[in-house]
Design a binder for this molecule. Structure first.
Ligand code: PMP
Length: 417
């Protein structure tokens, strides 16, 4: 088959007899032909901290310009906090930059251990281990915790890293409808002959900002002797009275068997952690391969995470300001657009009807100086395409008013009700 005649679906089918170069060339041609690259707002270059306003390179003019940032998960606005920077500088002076190896061999400092202990207390678990990213944590966790005689039931909307963890894994895996506890229970009843059963959910789902009904999930799992595995990437540091996460919000911290959090959202850093009972963590240290065979987070990153932990614990008003901003935005939008938002999370997903070309809208947001993420096919079906607004505590009322005015203007122009 001539590479230049392939469409996206054909390119994505893996078992065609195409060399890598053929596939890559066809994809590159597809990208240029079908997406008018100047209207492709992925991989944008930012030359400033991820604050409420950023300096971004404009793909249209090639020049750097200020943009309103509504696309960063730096929810509490801590990405450039002076306290964090100062702590990082101090640790950098003492430890230098990286460690040059995985924790098992040469990458484990007293800072790493202290952070593990701090996170264990934060998540009310016995022990914790640190991963280099949330992606690596899910891969390592799924592979480390499951065996061929185990069952893993997981929410349909689980993150790609969880799906990738399941790929090539020997356990039986079955998805249940998003947030449908009856469907989960039916699956638990149907598949009841496994050694270990895991029920995997997320605290806050990143695409719609909605929460798992964790209290019900825990009850159902308990009835069927299943372990609850919670990926609280978007809830850790934010949700719950003390920011301890979605399990705190639902009052079920004790009922979660294994909890994962990332440092890529509220912490605006890199890395992730998994907390559980001590024997399980000891076991994962050896059998979660993305932990065992990957270099440790550098001490400067550990210092930054620790500093953010201080701010989460000592400055709860940041979360209040964020929630005020979310509420303010929701109130301003509610008579004009269709959106999904959980009041305790910081994500607002505005739906775009399938008949509308979402790229046109993305282009208009860009022209108006708004940095916002569009979620489009094939990431979601065309009926689920949306813009995903990430709110931050550092957004001003002026930032939000501007965003809302632009949304209304674009929605009116395209006749979207
Ligand atoms: N889990 C969830 C639920 C996520 O949303 C993400 C990131 N979007 C990850 C895991 C991966 O985290 P990281 O970016 O730290 O690799």
């Amino acid at each position: 088959m001539a590479a230049e005649n392939l469409n996206l679906k054909e390119i994505l089918i893996r078992d065609r007899n195409l060399s890598l170069l053929q596939k890559a060339t066809a994809f590159s041609e597809f990208l240029h032909k079908n997406t008018q690259l100047e209207r492709n707002f992925y991989f944008r270059i930012i030359d400033s901290p991820a604050a409420n306003r950023v300096m971004a390179q404009d793909v249209l003019s090639g020049k750097t310009r200020e943009m309103y940032m509504f696309g960063s998960n730096n929810y509490l606005g801590l990405a450039n906090h002076p306290y964090v920077r100062e702590k990082v500088a101090r640790v950098c002076k003492k430890y230098g930059t990286g460690l040059g190896g995985p924790p098992s061999l040469n990458g484990y400092t007293s800072l790493h251990r202290a952070l593990e202990e701090r996170l264990s207390a934060f998540k009310k678990k016995e022990d914790t281990l640190l991963f280099s990213s949330g992606y690596a944590a899910n891969i390592g966790l799924v592979n480390g915790m499951t065996d061929r005689r185990d069952l893993c039931l997981y929410d349909d909307y689980s993150h790609a890293s969880f799906y990738d963890g399941l790929k090539g894994n020997k356990c039986k895996s079955v998805s249940f409808e998003h947030n449908n506890v009856d469907h989960l229970e039916a699956a638990l009843e149907k598949y009841d002959s496994y050694v270990n059963t895991f029920v995997a959910v997320e605290g806050v789902y990143s695409m719609d900002g909605d929460m798992a009904p964790l209290d019900q999930v825990c009850q159902v799992a308990k009835r069927h002797n299943a372990m609850v595995v919670l990926d609280d990437a978007h809830g850790t540091g934010l949700v719950g009275k003390n920011g301890r996460g979605t399990a705190e919000h639902f009052g079920v911290e004790e009922d979660i068997d294994i909890v994962l959090g990332t440092f890529s959202k509220v912490f605006a850093l890199n890395g992730a952690f998994v907390s559980s009972e001590k024997p399980i963590i000891d076991y994962l240290r050896y059998f979660a391969r993305s932990y065992m065979f990957s270099a440790s987070l550098p001490p400067v990153c550990i210092a930054a995470i620790d500093a953010v932990m201080d701010l989460i614990e000592d400055e709860p008003q940041r979360r209040n300001t964020l929630y005020e901003n979310v509420q303010y935005t929701v109130d301003a939008l509610k008579d004009h657009v269709t959106f999904a938002c959980s009041p305790d999370a910081a994500i607002i997903a505005i739906r775009v009807p399938a008949r509308v070309n979402i790229r046109e809208l993305a282009y208009e947001f860009h022209c108006k100086g708004i940095f916002i993420n569009s979620i489009e096919y094939p990431a979601v079906s065309v009926h689920q395409q949306r813009f995903r607004i990430s709110m931050m505590a550092t957004h001003t009322k002026e930032d939000i008013n501007y965003l809302v005015d632009v949304i209304k203007h674009i929605w009116d122009r395209h006749g979207i009700s």
